[in-house]
Write a protein that binds this ligand. Structure first.
Ligand SMILES: [Zn+2]
Length: 495
């Protein structure tokens, strides 16, 4: 292999020396500038592809067709055009490097930078960048400038316009980008290049900077079929906080099929991060995702989160999903059970053509409390403490297994305590009067006027607990006592 020592952009030439070759070997059909060359000798299998770099450990022979000083003198001739002038300077730098004059070398490299922006030959640029990378002792600021500025949007744009997509030198150039690339260049590359390595580096660059332009570009790429929503999601969610940022950015974009696709692809991993509190914008995205998500498991998961968050809109979504059979009736019932009280109201509101009558009945049976029903066994809070409903009787004397408190046409028989502590009372909701059984006097707290009890011990307890710093005061009443249905309420915890 023949390799130019001073022109890093010059392509290497690999030639096979025939087995029968003796004495000398002639490179044919090439014109070499009088310069310095490295010739590598090695063996390889016939089927191995042509190499562009010499293999490691290959024996190297240095051949100078001209002395460094002569070549330097030759290079002093003025040249036309940025590419030619740039190459001239870099070759000088390479010669100075072989002569060990590293300070002069760095000065020349630095001087060549003024042409960088106007370079049009990608091979020159790639060769130079590769050479600079190998020079560990090159002045760091110059080195950094080259690595950064070589991917300025002017240059990137020019190179993309000049070379066809698959051009090996262009591909090599693009593969040299790092996440430190300019944001504008990264956005341009995302729009024009389909190379996965380039895309992932550019996304990484913009994501790290939380660049507002990233998500619109990605959504556009998805709609043009340049990238799948799943691959984009994978790039955007490598770190949880970045996935969250991307989600927030999507919330700010116009809704479109592509942004919906990206949303549904990212959301599952972001939701995992939010087990404690969900910000409102994320709640909105969850609602939006419900209308486009296809996975049954995810739909159920989002519904559950939203029901838990008390987002009322979710109930309409749930009803619609049940109507269009997007979720099974069994799942539908499971969701109703998450918040039976609200579910009960929603079912009634949507019960046209008795669509949900059976579900309402079932809910009333399983969650009488949620349905606003009073049933035997239920615990009530009353002005005389907690009591259990023993029996329910309508005014006409018929016994009922359940009544609605609001109907008010019934008498509740209630009790609490056992033995000497036991009290029993009838609460007549139609008369709004209550009568304690087997009790003559009722102690009524005259501090708060909202507690009464037939046992004096209970009124003492009440004073100690509720009004410890007030003067104890009560009045004694006999017979029936008026009450307000508002003061009688089921206690949910029992269910
Ligand atoms: Zn009181």
């Amino acid at each position: 292999m023949l390799k130019s020592a001073w022109q890093p952009w010059a392509p290497t030439i690999e030639e096979k020396i025939p087995n029968e070759n003796r004495g000398e070997f002639i490179f044919r059909n090439i014109a070499l500038p009088s310069s310095s060359y490295e010739i590598y000798f090695y063996t390889k299998f016939k089927w191995e592809p042509t190499a562009v770099v010499p293999p490691e450990n290959a024996a190297c022979l240095k051949v100078d067709l001209v002395s460094p000083a002569e070549r330097l003198a030759f290079l002093d001739k003025p040249q036309q055009g940025h590419d030619a002038q740039f190459r001239q300077l870099i070759e000088k730098a390479c010669i100075l490097d072989t002569m060990g004059k590293s300070q002069e070398r760095d000065e020349v490299v630095s001087a060549s930078a003024s042409h960088l922006r106007y370079l049009r030959d990608v091979q020159t640029l790639v060769g130079t960048l590769k050479w600079i990378r190998t020079k560990k002792d090159l002045y760091q600021p110059v080195k950094s400038f080259f690595h950064q500025y070589s991917f300025h949007q002017y240059l990137v744009g020019e190179m993309l316009n000049r070379y066809p997509k698959g051009d090996p030198n262009l591909v090599e150039y693009l593969h040299m980008i790092t996440p430190s690339i300019y944001s504008e260049s990264a956005k341009m590359l995302l729009e024009k290049v389909e190379d996965p390595l380039v895309i992932s580096t550019c996304v990484k660059a913009l994501l790290t900077r939380e660049d507002d332009g990233l998500l619109p570009v990605i959504v556009a790429m998805i709609s043009k079929g340049q990238i799948s929503a799943e691959s984009a999601a994978e790039l955007l969610t490598k770190k949880p906080e970045q996935g969250l940022w991307a989600m927030k950015a999507i919330a700010g974009l116009d809704q479109s099929p592509s942004s919906d696709d990206l949303l549904t692809a990212i959301l599952p991993s972001v939701v995992d991060e939010y087990t404690q509190s969900v910000p409102e914008w994320l709640e909105d995205l969850l609602l939006r995702a419900l209308t486009v998500e296809k996975s049954r498991d995810l739909i159920l998961r989002y519904l559950k989160i939203l029901v838990g968050l008390d987002r009322d809109e979710v109930w309409q979504v749930l009803i619609d999903m049940e109507k269009f059979e997007e979720i099974s009736h069994k799942d539908f019932i499971e969701f109703l059970k998450l918040d039976p009280k609200k579910a009960y109201v929603v079912l009634w509101q949507n019960n046209g053509l008795n669509r949900y009558s059976e579900d309402i009945l079932r809910l009333e049976q399983d969650f009488p409390f949620a349905a606003g029903l009073l049933t035997p066994g239920m615990t009530l809070s009353t002005p005389f403490g907690e009591v259990q409903i023993v029996n329910i009787m309508l005014i006409d004397g018929t016994i009922r297994q359940s009544v609605k408190k609001a109907e008010g046409n019934f008498i509740l028989q209630v009790s609490s305590g056992t033995g000497l502590e036991k009290i029993e009372a009838d609460l007549d909701f139609s008369q709004r009067m209550l009568q304690f059984k087997n009790e003559n006097q009722i102690f009524c707290c005259s501090v708060c006027n909202s507690f009464y009890h037939p046992k004096q011990r209970k009124i003492d307890e009440h004073h100690r607990k509720i009004h410890p710093y007030e003067q104890k005061a009560f009045v004694i009443r006999h017979g029936s006592i008026p009450f307000s249905p508002d003061d009688i309420d089921p206690i949910e915890s029992v269910y």
